[in-house]
Design a protein around this ligand. Structure first.
Ligand SMILES: *Cc1c(COP(=O)(O)O)cnc(C)c1O
Length: 452
């Protein structure tokens, strides 16, 4: 296998990235080499048209699929995947909704002027100050996660003199990851009210006791991440809808909404095959309709919360190679260690989750001969890996540029200044040019926090 056959595998790389006649890569007509010269490396690059196409696809396909079963579906972009003011403005203009889970994320929404009615607030430990700020901002829903929080929201609702729309985060017992799901996942995790233990029913009863202050919209579940099929969603939706039926029977209240969470998978490697939004939408709509028919309850308004699937594949990271070192990995295997000028500070996912990524040489095609390679960072840890295992051209050398695919989600968002490495900029690229969504941090930014 030569590197060029999978150089720009569809699904892994953003659609605006192309190979030019000289074998270098270009994003919407901007050669990556020129971007590196102008903006420095490492840098996160966002293919804006690609990102917008993904956002529109979720918005339109889910709306159409759920309209076909007599309801609709709202798409809440999960801001934790990556949030910056210009992105929030774009998503607002596209009519998406936005999930935030801290006061900091809410501050970005506010800076972008994101309409409060389309903001949802998550988190398992929201402070009274965060709840106050959210109600002040007029958010459309607070997803409540504990009995203490019901009290906090109640208190805040009284002091603001408003009725606050809430959903209850429920532990459905379903845990999904890529191709597998477990229908009886252990309950031993922090999020949500347990369905099986009766906590969800108890929480719903508590909220319904305060109709002047709290409006119970419905139940919410989020079953996992990197999900490649709809099986886990089926079980979760059935359990949530059964719970809705129970509430209708016990309290005579028909809950109008249902949130199925996010976790829609993306391709990090050429062999990954996520479901297209259209297929996921059709399958989820069929699941909700069947579950409501069986329970003989009206079909609620549905919402979903994709994060990774909207921004992940639209982003790439551009690095410069600093050293290339052959390492005798085993008796049979020599591995080429390629060190780049970033690493676990700008992408901690390989170190945190053993996540896999795909890289390619960006400034030239490279030799047809490839070598078993590992791309590593510049940090003082041997676990500082960017791409664990890939065939890359044998002649990669210092000064070359490497692009790593699918870094738009959970890279800048999870980044750190480990080893006092300032964080890279996020540069938004389309045919018209390059805009700085987040500027590069400087050493002075880091020093500005220091005492004397
Ligand atoms: C993380 C999270 C999401 C988004 O997950 P993705 O895998 O990025 O789609 C959505 N909803 C909730 C509640 C989450 O915690």
């Amino acid at each position: 296998m030569t590197s060029t056959t999978t150089r720009l595998a569809a699904d892994v790389w953003p659609s605006g990235l192309t190979e030019t006649a000289d074998g270098a890569l270009s994003l919407h007509g901007h050669p990556l080499g020129e971007l590196a010269t102008s903006y420095g490396t490492p840098a996160y690059l966002v293919d804006v048209p690609d990102l917008l196409a993904r956002a529109r696809s979720f918005r339109d396909e889910f709306r159409a699929a759920f309209e076909a079963i007599g309801t609709t579906c709202d798409v809440f972009y999960a801001g934790k995947a990556f949030l910056a003011t210009p992105l929030a403005k774009l998503l607002d203009a596209e009519g998406l909704s936005l999930d935030v889970c801290t006061r900091g994320e809410l501050a970005v929404a506010a800076k972008a002027g994101f309409p409060g009615a389309r903001v949802g607030v998550h988190g398992n430990n929201k402070s009274a100050a965060e709840i106050d700020a959210a109600i002040d901002y007029g958010v459309g829903r607070i997803v409540v996660d504990s009995l203490e929080e019901i009290e906090r929201v109640l208190t805040a609702a009284r002091s603001h003199g408003v009725r606050v729309p809430v959903m209850l985060r429920v532990k459905t017992g379903v845990e999904a990851h890529t191709h597998e799901f477990i229908a009886t996942a252990h309950e031993d995790q922090k999020f949500g009210f347990s369905l099986s233990g009766g906590q969800a029913a108890e929480a719903a009863a508590e909220v319904l006791e305060h109709p002047d202050e709290l409006q119970l919209l419905g139940f919410h579940s989020h079953i996992g991440s990197q999900i490649f099929d709809s099986d886990g969603f089926r079980v979760a939706a059935q359990r949530l809808i059964a719970m809705q039926l129970q509430i209708a029977q016990e309290h005579g209240v028909v809950l109008p909404e249902l949130d199925l969470g996010g976790g829609f998978g993306i391709a990090y490697l050429p062999e990954d095959e996520p479901l297209a939004p259209k297929d996921m939408a059709t399958q989820l709509a069929a699941i909700v309709r069947a579950a409501c028919e069986e329970a003989q309850t009206p079909v609620p308004r549905v919402s979903i919360e994709p994060g990774r699937a909207i921004v992940g594949p639209a982003g790439i990271t551009l690095y410069e190679v600093g050293t290339v070192k052959p390492v005798q990995a085993t008796d049979e295997l020599t591995r080429t260690y390629i060190s780049v000028d970033g690493g676990m500070s700008d992408n901690p996912r390989p170190a945190l989750y053993e996540a896999d990524y795909t890289a390619t040489l960006a400034n030239r095609p490279g030799s047809a001969q490839t070598a078993q390679s590992r791309v590593v960072g510049k940090h003082c840890e041997s676990g500082d890996i960017v791409v664990r295992n890939q065939q890359l051209p044998q002649d990669v050398r210092p000064g070359d540029l490497l692009a790593v695919a699918a870094t738009g989600a959970y890279c800048r968002a999870l980044s750190s200044q480990y080893n006092h490495v300032p964080r890279p900029p996020v540069l938004a690229v389309d045919e018209d040019g390059v805009r700085t969504w987040l500027r590069r941090e400087t050493i002075d930014d880091l020093l500005s926090l220091e005492g004397e």
